[in-house]
Design a protein around this ligand. Sequence first.
Ligand SMILES: Nc1ncnc2c1ncn2[C@@H]1O[C@H](COP(=O)(O)OP(=O)(O)OP(=O)(O)O)[C@@H](O)[C@H]1O
Ligand SMILES: [Mg+2]
Length: 390
Amino acid sequence: MEIERIYKIPSRSFFLFGPRGVGKSTWIRKRGHFDLAIDLLRQDIFLRLQREATLLEAQTAHLPTGSVVFIDEIQRLPELLNEVHRLMEERKLDFILTGSSARKLKRAGTNLLAGRAHTYKMFPFSLMELGSRFSLDSCLKYGTLPIVLRDMDLAEETLSSYVGTYLREEIKEEALVRRVEEFNRFLAIAGQLNGSVLNFQNVSREAGKSAKTIQSWYQILEETLLGTLLEPYRPGFKTRESGHSKFFWFDAAVARVAAGLSWNDLDNTWKGFAFESMILRELQIYKEISRKSNHLFYYATPGAGEVDFIVETRPKTINHPQEFISIEVKFASKWRRDSEGPSRCLRDVAQKSHKRMIGVYTGTERLTLDSFEVLPLPVFLDELYRGALF
Ligand SMILES: Nc1ncnc2c1ncn2[C@@H]1O[C@H](COP(=O)(O)OP(=O)(O)OP(=O)(O)O)[C@@H](O)[C@H]1O
Ligand SMILES: [Mg+2]
């Protein structure tokens, strides 16, 4: 059963990046218009082009101007981008280039075609794409990776081999770290800390590596698209604002496998972090498809807890203060008034800059409580994707 994706195929040349198994190849093959497909995952094709990149010219020589060439797994052969660049210029061909991350392309010193192709990102299924096909509980437990959802009976096995593949193909093959076992231990810690405030010193102690190494490993996770570092919002209202980031995995189930936790005791604390990860991802998917560049943060109040997400709706300029909305996420079907505390604390100091206080929960009733808007998940998603939030 094919699930329709929320993304729109760009009309010109583009890169499409996304972690393994999010459905990049499937989407392009089903929805993309191309005249020639080159799959670098096929060893014979890969080896021939690796030996002789100019072969691409011969392979495309029969195509008229304006034809589209789809190259899958471009990160396997970054040098090919020079040929692509030339064929774009000389033959006016368009290219669809997909890969698991831009990291290797950038490291290889290629210039990502100097702006000739825009970069797009793909994520696991959005709750909007899934509709009512899967329960929220199942999404919180097994995540929403297409490769996992294609057979729910095998979800746990697929997820285990997913993390194994990631270690083998993205980490070992690329020699990103010297000792894969050490990185694997770090993954377990990072998995457990999904969505928590990160203190590199603490992680460093636990992993037995320097804080600098830990920081660079988090960067690898980010560059290979396994997650996002979310910075604290520091508008300077209070001097004691936290300086630590949070790390959110792109899919909470992958974090769970990396952490080596069992599937049986999925407690509410874990579900709460998984729910938060999911909301962050919806914000990121919405940003991606609407091509918005609003910055996302979290906010640590001095002493009154954290506001889960801050979306900057207007950056600070010389004669205008910044503006933002806040989003508090609660995995609870009853809204508790004390959940509003951190947002209200922020409103007290930020006043007019703080445009809306929003809460998302799993309950069914929409409430407005002294200008704090409590939205059931479906209402939140509807407002988000309608563009009513930002
Ligand atoms: N739109 C979809 N609807 C239903 N299932 C899908 C969809 N897209 C992908 N899948 C399932 O997920 C699997 C992985 O998808 P796909 O191979 O397209 O991912 P990918 O992003 O290209 O991964 P990789 O980076 O490993 O190449 C597919 O084999 C298919 O079973
Ligand atoms: Mg693919």
